[in-house]
Structure formats: C-alpha cells, structure tokens
Write a protein of this length. Sequence first.
Length: 501
Amino acid sequence: MADTKREIERKYESDDSGLPDLTGVAGIDAVVDKGVAHLDATYYDTSDERLAASAITLRRRTGGSDAGWHLKFPVAPGVRDEIQAPLSDTVPRSLAGLVRSRVRDAELLPVVRLRSDRDLRDLVDAGGRVLAEVSVDAVYAERLTGKGGSAQWTELEVELADGGDPALLDKVDKRLRKAGVRPSASASKLARALAETAPKKKRSKQRQDEPPVTAGDHVLAYVREQRDAIVELDPAVRQDVFDSVHRMRVATRRMRSAFRSYGKVLDRSVTDPIGGELKWLAGELGVDRDREVLTERLAAALDELPRTLLSGPIRTRLRTWMNARRGGSRRRLTGVLDSQRYLKLLDSLDALVADPPLLKAAAGKPEKVITKAVRKDFGKLSELVERALALEPGHDRDLALHEARKEAKRTRYAAEAAAPALGSPATELSRSMKSLQNLLGDHQDSFMTRQTLRELSAVAHAAGESSFTYGVLYGREEARATAVELQMPAVWREVKDGMQV
C-alpha cells in the first residue's frame, strides 16, 4: 500500500542564488546544515502531457532520503498530496491506477529528467525540533521527448515539517522578500522544465476560458464542472477517502439532471445514452452506500432505546446484515474504475464538452432559456407534491412522495446550474429545494428502514430470536414518517411562496 503525506511548501528564486539568514524568524533558533544531496528524477506523462495539464506529477527519483516513486496531486496553491511507492523499474500499478482517469489507455512515458544538487538546511527551534526544511537547488532539466532542449536554474524551496504551523511559512516569506528573494513564477520544477525545454512552436500562451454568455455557455460550464469532479474524485475513491464515493455519485446525478432539465440546450439524442452510462456508474458507486445509510440510521435508533426495550441479539443481526455484501467491495469498485466501460464513459464526457451537441436555444439569452427550464422542473415538482398530499397515508403516498423527492433533487440541480446566470433567486431556490429534498429524504429513509426491519424481523423469528425490538423500531419509524407528512403542507406552501425564478 502506498504511503501518502501532505506537502506544504513555497518556491523562490533570486539573482544571487544565496540563502538569507533566517535565524530568529518565528522562533527559529538555528539553521542546521544537512549537506548536499544529488537527486536524479525522471518524470512520466502521456505524450500529450495530460498529467501536467492537471498539475499532477509522477516521477521516479534516486538520491536523497526518499528515493522511490512519487505521485503528487494539487490541493491548493503551495499544497500537494504526495503518494509514495518503493523504487522499481516500471511505474507501480498502485500509482498507475490513481492517474487512470486522466491517462485512460495512453502509455506513460519518460518526458523530462531533472538532476539537482540540493543544499539542505533544517530550521529548528530552541529544543532542536525541526520546523521546516530549506533547500537551495541547482537544477539541470532535459526533455526526453520530441526536439525539446535543456534548461538550468537555481531555486530556493521552503517545506514545512510534518505537523508544522503554516504561519511559519508566512514569516519566513517576509524575511526572504526583504532580502530580495522573490516567489517562483512556476508552481513546480516540472512545470518550469516543460515550459523552458518545449519546442518553440509549443511555447504559445494558453487562451483563458471566456466567461459564459449564452444559455449554452452556462449549461456547458455546469456539465464541465461535473465532468471534472468525476475525474478528480477517481483517485480518492480508489483510496477509499471518506465521502469520496458519495461525492462522485452526486456528480453523476448532477450531470444527468442537467441533461434532462436543459434538453432544449443539449440534444438529448446525444446526452441520453451518456446519461444511461452515468446511471450505471452511480449504481455501481451506490452498491454499499444505501446499506451504510440504513445501518447508521438503525444503529442510532438502537442507541436511543432504553435497555428495557432491547430484546435479542439485534446488534449482531444488524452487523451481519451490513457485512453480507461488503466482501471485496473496494476491490470490486476498483475493477469498475479500471473497466473499459468506465474509461469509455470518461472519453464520451470529454467529447461532449469539446464538441457539445448544442441546439438552437443554446444561443439564446440565459435569463430566458434557463429560467424557462427551471420553471418547467418546478412545475413538475408542484404536480407531484400536490398529488402526493392529496393521497391517503399509506403505500401509494409513500411512493408518490419518493417521486416528489427525486424531482426536488432535479429542480435543485437545475437551480444550481442556473445560479451564475440568474443570481440570488436561483440560489435561494436551490436552498429551498435542498431543504425539501432533505425532508422528503427522511421520509424515504424511514420507508426503506421499515422494509429492512421487516426483513430482519423475519430472519430473527425464523432463527428463534425475539422480534419485539424490531417492532418497537418499526413503530418509531412510522411515527417519524407521519411527522414528515404532517409538516409537508406548510413546508410546501413556504416553498411556493418563496419561488422567485
């Protein structure tokens, strides 16, 4: 398993290449000379530099205290997550998988070699604790592809020690600037190497994205945002980072909703098949998620019960139910993300963004086209809610409220996409839809929980266990659902009265 660490650093350059005296800055008691390390790093990317385009670096480095493979993902300016793997001749599979959403089926090739003489110093406090590491690097860069050339420069780097206070970097920065040292114009050594060794014809300035103007511009911006979220969350899902699966699933839902809500902007004959694949991906991502939500709800409900109402091994039964389908789930999900079906879906999303199937309305004014789409979704929601509230309590109403919940979510996402064009009215609608969605979601969770309780109770009864506590929990869930239904008329009136789009 690869190790991960958070890297917080700042890069500088100066004309004299020297290191100003940092003793006494922010509690720095001494600057300890650690000698010179000779580093040799080969950076890998696709032939069209897809990793570099996402500010991701993948390198094999020898020399220094951390020789091996290093994969770095940007987190914020000056902050990256570094994932390490032992030294080997080829790219480790664990790291190759983490960049698959960017690389797809393209080959990872050596693109740049950087050789550095690193003059290292530790910044320590009075107790000898290392606060940060400072290095002066003499770098020689050589492009390994095409007809690129070479470059050399000297840079100064300050990296915060693990667990250090980021405020230290601000104080060191102040001292360095006073001494005439300036922040580096490049975010990384690789970025500078690629820029300075590229063939001249490739050294053109990248055109900045223009702000959205038409309805199509706004819808595409939202779709592109969801595409980017899916691609960027892929490594986190593979590493089982908290909430990453849920967030990727939400991105698929947002995009599918945008395709449906803005069918007058993007041709649905093109987007519907993609939407079908997004639904497949969401289903794969949700295999364990729904069961986890129900387990958490039941566990919390059990914690609220007094001991006198607990009968039988219900907690054990709940754990068994939860774990019934979890065997190998992470391995299964990684298989999904490595599948050709998933990679083709990512390719189709790229193609959609690059060459969008715009309809006539896409060229229209966003205030008109987007407003009409949002109002249409809200009208559908209104019909569903009114129909549900007109039904008697019971199974039919439960199903009708579930349909209303799905439409509330769709309207919320449509309002999200509309917010940059329509401003605060769309933002307020999105907020009210989220509140309504949460209320209806609680009702749906209660419905699903009651179904689960019936199943668990039947299994417990067949095993000769008491089903008393299942009945108690079932009754409490019925009461929660009833409370939601009693709130709905007033909540819905407030939503309708607040509708401004």
